[in-house]
Design a protein around this ligand. Structure first.
Ligand code: NDP
Length: 453
């Protein structure tokens, strides 16, 4: 690592204390793009990276609301408008008690590179709240969403900033958020993506992140003359991304054997087939229950509760070929990554954002497995959000086949960008280098064109 990058990272830590996830995300990118600064001093001279790591705007606000018992609750809301060099800010909203400024800054930072890789004109942003939708009634979720949007609406718009879903924000929440935006602004516009089909949503948007992560894995496997047919896959999470990852694994002839939530995981060596997946979708999206119930219904499965005294996650300690982490950040540490290698896994396609720690990534790279980092592998979600924006602007919906065809093409293009860029910068086969540099160049060049702003 050059002195320049080292001092830059020291400054990031000093300037942004108590934001370890943001430090980690910046370090992971900085580690790989030093070579760009060596070859292109113009970026360094224009302080492009120093500008990219500083959000263009951070909005933080109070969200007061009243629960079903009549008690006043106060949450904190955020929107990080990170970079608008190539388009309006675009990125999801996360509702989870762990949400804080550092986590959203890491997500917004990642989003800038990811959106650039999609080839669509979208800048990077992210937002959310420390509100926990778990255990809340639909009315409480609605009142919270309305209070949240009452403030957020003054900062966003179809040509300014277009939020979407993320952890804890699915179709129900997007509906309440959109309704409040429309009421206050008196306009029906594509200000949010992930909308329902009846009011401007795109077919394939719910499926897009999971499908995209599997398409990306299929592209990586193709480079070795292989496919997903007959492959056993470990999947974490049981939300939006995990569900559609499993659906597409099944479509392509693979077998998913795990699923998790924040209380534990299930292992079903027989595979989570179509019928079992339908059970999970109902359990998680309608009844909002826990994955434990899967093992109660299907005797082929075992349930293991989370054990916080362990230094690893046993979900990653099963024999398989592929892993699709689809829950949350840092869910695979160095020990987990080593367990994956010991169990024969040689494909990791990240549906979640930054699910692997830097130690873990180094193990993948050392072992030269097919490793698709989140910014490339899970870009299908935001890509179809971009397609939803296009359909909203044209006021014309595309068919399921049309959107899926475009999604597959975009995932293929992202894969090619990663491969070609990694080769160009002397790291053939390294998708981390390919994704980071590939995402960076388009944003950096646009920033150079637009002057010091
Ligand atoms: P959901 O809220 O639909 O599902 C999240 C899943 O992960 C749930 O099963 C949840 O369990 C589990 N989970 C969340 N936090 C933790 C935690 N701290 N420890 C263990 N398990 C946890 O979210 P999504 O499926 O939309 O998002 C999953 C990941 O994919 C996130 O990293 C997100 O940023 C990323 N992503 C999502 C995109 C999208 O389009 N939705 C796009 C690109 C990336 P529980 O129910 O117990 O909370």
């Amino acid at each position: 690592m050059s002195e320049y990058i080292k001092s830059l990272l020291e400054e990031v830590v000093a300037k942004n204390p108590s934001e370890p996830e943001f430090h980690q995300a910046v370090e992971e990118v900085a580690d790989t793009i030093g070579i760009v600064f060596d070859r292109h001093p113009e970026y360094r001279k224009a302080k492009v990276f120093e500008r990219i790591i500083e959000p263009e705007r951070v909005i933080m606000f109070r969200v007061p609301w009243v629960d079903d018992q009549g008690n006043i609750q106060v949450n904190r809301g955020f929107r990080i408008e990170m970079n608008s060099a190539i388009g309006p800010y675009k990125g999801g909203l996360r509702f989870h008690p762990s949400v804080n400024l550092g986590i959203l800054k890491f997500l917004a930072f990642e989003q800038v590179f990811k959106n650039s890789l999609t080839t669509l004109p979208m800048g990077g942003g992210k937002g959310g709240s420390d509100f926990d939708p778990k255990g809340k009634s639909d009315n409480e979720v609605m009142r919270f969403c309305q209070a949240f949007m009452t403030e957020l609406q003054r900062h966003i718009g179809p040509n300014t900033d277009v939020p979407a879903g993320d952890i804890g924000v699915g179709g129900r929440e997007i509906g309440f958020l959109f309704g409040q935006y429309k009421k206050i602004r008196n306009e029906f516009t594509g200000v949010l993506t992930g909308k329902a089909l009846n009011w401007g949503g795109s077919l394939i948007r719910p499926e897009a992140t999971g499908y995209g992560a599997v398409y990306f894995a299929a592209e990586m496997l193709k480079t070795r003359g292989e496919s997903l047919e007959g492959k056993t896959c470990l999947v974490s999470g049981s939300g939006n991304v995990a569900q559609y990852t499993i659906e597409k694994i099944n479509d392509l002839g693979g077998k998913a054997v795990t699923l998790s939530d924040s209380t534990g995981y299930i292992y079903d060596p027989q595979g989570i087939d179509k019928e079992k997946l339908a059970f999970i979708m109902d359990l998680k999206n309608v009844r909002r229950g826990r994955v434990k119930e899967y093992a109660e219904k299907y005797s082929t499965a075992t349930y293991t509760p989370v054990d916080s005294s362990l230094n690893h996650n046993p979900l990653w300690d099963h024999k398989a070929d592929c892993a699709f982490p689809s829950a949350t950040q840092n869910e695979i540490n160095g020990k987990d990554a080593q367990n994956l290698m010991n169990n024969g896994i040689y494909v990791v396609s990240e549906g979640a954002n930054m699910p692997t720690t830097i130690d873990g990534i180094n193990i993948y790279l050392q072992e030269k497995i097919l490793y698709g980092p989140g910014k490339a592998a899970n870009a299908g979600g935001v890509a179809v959000s971009g397609l939803e924006m296009s359909q909203n602007s044209m006021r014309l919906p595309w068919s399921r086949e049309e959107v899926d065809r475009r999604l597959q093409e975009i995932m293929k293009n992202i894969h090619t960008t990663c491969v070609v860029t990694a080769e160009r910068f002397d790291h053939a086969g390294n998708y981390v280098v390919g994704a980071n540099i590939g995402g960076f160049l388009k944003v950096a060049d646009s920033m150079l064109d637009q002057g010091i702003v």
